[in-house]
Design a protein around this ligand. Structure first.
Ligand SMILES: O=P(O)(O)OC[C@H](O)CO
Length: 207
């Protein structure tokens, strides 16, 4: 299901850019329902796979980035807000590369950098970043719905400005939370060279 959501995301972006808002809204709704169903099945039947734990957040990120860029391009959401949202994500990606490089035990080679069997650090979403994700998704959903559902169009005319400020605030706040929260980044203890298990599998260090 996550793979299907991932593959449908470029189609969603294309539909928005081409002004096919009804189809885009339908696809967005299908994607949201699939995501909920996916999570429900995984929790209820304890069916979590390694692939699923990678694909699911990847599909969420791709969806959010695609919605932001395409709605910005189509003039449905303000370009400065879209830039802020994408800018925070680009900042997080660059920071994660820096953290990976700093935390990777030597030798720091290109191959080892991308070898995910060598975990070296873990980034934990902060509370405000989870709230921000939910608000951004709600904002994108409302903005898209306002293009084709008359009731939402009139409500959105009143609320879109305050909604933009709320999302801009949580976007900046969540970006800063990764910088200033002590719990956001955890450096993992490097595995011992001789294959012995470490006495505790992780500890926190100051970067
Ligand atoms: O801050 P982000 O964009 O990495 O998002 C965090 C997610 O909400 C985690 O569920």
């Amino acid at each position: 299901m996550s793979l299907a959501r991932l593959l449908s995301t470029p189609v969603l972006g294309y539909l928005i850019v081409k002004g096919q808002y009804d189809w885009a809204l339908g696809l967005f709704a299908a994607s949201a329902v699939t995501d909920l169903l996916d999570g429900f099945i995984a929790r209820t039947f304890d069916m979590k796979s390694v692939l699923g734990t990678i694909l699911d957040p990847m599909a969420d990120k791709a969806l959010m980035a695609t919605l932001t860029v395409s709605l910005g391009m189509a003039g449905v959401i303000p370009v400065p807000l879209a830039g802020l949202i994408i800018g925070r994500d680009v900042g997080l990606v660059i920071s994660s590369f820096v953290i990976r490089y700093k935390s990777l035990p030597p030798p720091k080679t290109f191959a080892r950098f991308w070898d995910f069997s060598l975990p070296s650090a873990e980034v934990r979403p902060t509370t405000i970043s989870k709230i921000n994700t939910a608000l951004q998704l709600l904002f994108m959903g409302a903005a898209l719905s306002a293009t084709s559902i008359p009731l939402v169009t009139s409500l959105w005319a009143t609320w879109h400005i305050p909604a933009q400020w709320v999302v801009a605030t949580t976007t900046v706040w969540s970006g800063l939370s990764y910088v200033f929260s002590k719990d956001a980044v955890r450096y993992l203890q490097p595995p011992p060279e001789d294959g012995k298990r470490p006495s505790s599998n992780e500890h926190e260090q100051k970067s």
